[in-house]
Design a protein around this ligand. Structure first.
Ligand code: UD2
Length: 327
């Protein structure tokens, strides 16, 4: 494919044992790229790296440890900075650890990259930066209105990315992910993503709880779309992407009530949801305009929400060793 002239690039994935990081690792290893990864197993799982043993250079390291991160950056061409302490409610309950991981950790990655002369960083930014916009879909040109500490932290990372491009010429690209879901997303914490939680609960026969009316909307995005966006953003010409922010999503919106119904049908779960109080720090509606990423690096969603849900349910059913999907 590369005719012998393509030197394999070396990638560093932070948060490689997480849901998104491990998916990126698999995609890069499949392409024959050289992959190094760091994770502290705070939210990542060794199990997410199953099958990658010996194929990646894994180092147990914490984003808060500047020296370890600096060492991990040495000899690297591209950094996919996925490592973070996610979750809006976790940051509301206890903002300090997420601040340390998300803001200080991102700073350490940038400093490590600068010292090592890394070619480009792709940063996992978050749609939460938009907050409640008066007009949807959200465009990158709109003024961010973050609500939760997590949203502020992720936005601070974007500003840092853009600064390092402007003042040091380090190529950085921020991808604002919108509610990513898919195989390997964690289910074992109260702070897990809503779809992973709902799928697990339905498969186990427990009715999930919707926080609020369930009419809040999200631009749910299957993991393969995110992987593809990262790979495209690595290869795009610097003049199109460096220092910039791009929405990465499907460009659609589904309410939680709709997602509940879709999942219940896929799984064959016939009980209604429970409803609880709305979650502090939540935004109401979220939907991306994805035209900037399409224009700059040819991004388009490859897998829609329904197909993504089907694949995800099948994966959890396999993994949780529960009966076959009913359709
Ligand atoms: C935010 C970001 C997302 C990503 C993520 C990382 C937005 C719009 N999205 O996702 O891009 O950065 O943070 O953590 O800000 N819910 C229930 N029941 C449950 C769990 C959640 O009803 O058991 C609701 C929750 O109140 C929210 C929705 O489901 O309205 C989605 O919650 P989530 O935690 O999966 O993701 P969210 O939107 O905070």
């Amino acid at each position: 494919m590369f005719g012998g002239i393509h030197r394999m690039a070396k990638y560093l994935i932070t948060g490689i044992a997480g849901f998104i990081g491990s998916s990126l690792a698999r995609a890069l290893v499949e392409r024959g790229e050289e992959v190094r990864g760091v994770d502290n197993y705070l939210t990542g799982k060794p199990g997410n790296l199953a099958g990658l043993n010996g194929l990646i250079d894994f180092r147990e390291a914490d984003l808060r440890d500047a020296a370890a991160i600096r060492t991990a950056c040495e000899g690297v061409d591209y950094i996919l900075h996925m490592g973070a302490l996610p979750s809006v409610p976790l940051s509301v309950k206890n903002p300090e650890p997420s601040h340390r991981c998300n803001v200080d950790g991102t700073f350490h990655v940038l400093e490590g990259a600068r010292a090592a002369g890394v070619r480009r960083i792709i940063y996992a930014a978050s749609s939460s930066a938009y907050g409640d916009q008066p007009v949807l879909p959200s465009k990158e040109s709109m003024r961010p209105m973050p609500i939760s500490p997590y949203a502020v932290q992720k936005l601070a990372g974007e500003y840092y990315m853009s600064s390092y491009w402007q003042v040091y010429g380090l190529e950085t690209v921020s991808l604002r992910y919108f509610n990513v879901f898919g195989p390997r997303q964690g289910v074992d914490s109260p702070y897990s993503g809503v779809l992973a939680k709902f799928i697990q609960q339905m498969l186990e026969g427990t009715p999930p709880t919707i926080f609020g009316t369930g009419e809040q909307g999200r631009d749910f995005t299957y993991i393969d779309n995110i992987v593809s966006a990262n790979l495209l953003a690595c290869m795009a010409p610097a003049e199109k992407v460096a220092g910039k922010v791009f929405n990465t999503a499907c460009g659609e919106q589904n309410t939680l009530n709709e997602m509940y119904r879709l999942l219940a049908k896929l799984i064959g779960f016939d009980r209604p949801p429970l409803y609880g109080p709305p979650r502090t720090g939540d935004i109401l509606n979220s939907q991306a305009d994805i035209s900037a990423a399409a224009e700059a690096f040819g991004y388009r969603p490859l897998i829609g929400v329904k197909e993504g849900l089907q694949r995800t349910v099948e994966w959890y059913r396999e993994t949780l060793k529960l009966p076959a999907v009913s359709r």
